[in-house]
Design a protein around this ligand. Structure first.
Ligand SMILES: [Zn+2]
Ligand SMILES: [Zn+2]
Length: 313
């Protein structure tokens, strides 16, 4: 649990100069934390409340491509704490224009890309090409198993087709995320559950792709990332060590206060293991006990700063 003293220092830090603020926000986790996967919230205060409550220094706001003005307002309220990614529906003809404009407006990547278009579809392929042309990474949600009836698959085809995409777009930097991406760390996975449990069978597809393709990164946010890291402590320690330059901490947390308030995973019963908890806190705690301080710092800070080209604080 956070101590009263470090809570106060984090809360007070919002008003400080950037260098001092990052130092104060490093207190709880011993080094500063960057949240790659944080969905933009309506009010500026709602955004910083989650960061302050979970002991997080900075976050990447996943926003619609048209949200540049709203993002600017949030950034102005909390200088130095937010960068952003833009998303647009790949099945719409104007998505290329919308994403291009968002990057001109300061977006550092595309995401979260969560659409009902196949991984290797023409619609997605033109966006992969655009990401390379604009030299920004693209964050994709891969999901094959419904969380509720008739949800439909998101970027379907990960297991069969994504390697051909990595080969065809070597200049595009992909960040994989969600159920199918992380379930496939285990070689025995065949879409039988959204979140498989139990020991990981070594040699899974996602593990192999992360090792083989310099243009692939992994976002360990959400129940999918937390579940993957929770299955098999021996695997997790080794996995973090081997991919220490490719993995990025993110929360994808919907709690209000950075302490698990106000959320119950109601529309995702399969993720009930995290109901009433802050995903950020759960995953940071898990990372802390699964790896060294050096690797922890890479996964929670350095890798994101490098990949998103964020100037050091
Ligand atoms: Zn997602
Ligand atoms: Zn939370």
């Amino acid at each position: 649990m956070i101590s009263r003293r470090s809570f106060l220092s984090v809360a007070a830090a919002s008003a400080m100069a950037p260098a001092l603020r990052v130092a104060a926000q490093s207190a709880e986790w011993d080094s500063p934390v960057f949240d790659l996967h944080f969905h933009l919230r309506a009010s500026g205060r709602a955004n910083t409340a989650h960061l302050d409550g979970a002991g997080i220094a900075k976050a990447n706001l996943l926003s619609r491509a048209t949200a540049a003005e709203q993002v600017r307002a949030v950034q102005a309220e909390a200088p130095g704490r937010f960068v952003w990614f833009a998303s647009a529906d790949v099945t719409r003809p104007d998505s290329v224009e919308a994403l291009t404009q968002a990057v001109k407006n300061g977006a550092r990547g595309f995401g979260e890309m969560k659409y009902h278009a196949a991984t290797n579809s023409a619609e997605f392929r033109r966006i992969y090409a655009l990401a390379a042309d604009l030299t920004v990474p693209i964050l994709i949600h891969f999901q094959e198993v419904d969380h509720f009836e008739n949800e439909g698959r998101w970027s379907p085809g990960f297991a069969d087709a994504f390697e051909s995409v990595l080969k065809a777009f070597p200049r595009t930097r992909f960040i994989g995320h969600a159920d199918a991406f992380w379930a496939n760390v285990s070689a025995d996975y065949h879409n039988e559950a959204a979140y498989p449990s139990g020991p990981v069978k070594r040699g899974g597809l996602t593990d192999r792709l992360l090792g083989a393709y310099p243009n692939l990164y992994g976002d360990i946010s959400a129940n999918s990332g937390n579940n993957m890291l929770s299955r098999d402590p021996e695997f997790t320690r080794d996995f973090l060590r081997r991919h220490q330059d490719k993995l990025l901490f993110g929360s994808d947390c919907a709690c209000t206060d950075g302490r698990g308030g106000g959320v119950g995973q109601a529309n995702n019963p399969a993720a009930s293991r995290l109901a009433g908890k802050c995903v950020a806190r759960e995953t940071l705690t898990l990372l802390k006990r699964s790896t060294t301080p050096e690797v922890f710092r890479k996964v929670t800070w350095d890798n994101a700063h490098r990949l998103l080209a964020i100037p050091p604080a």
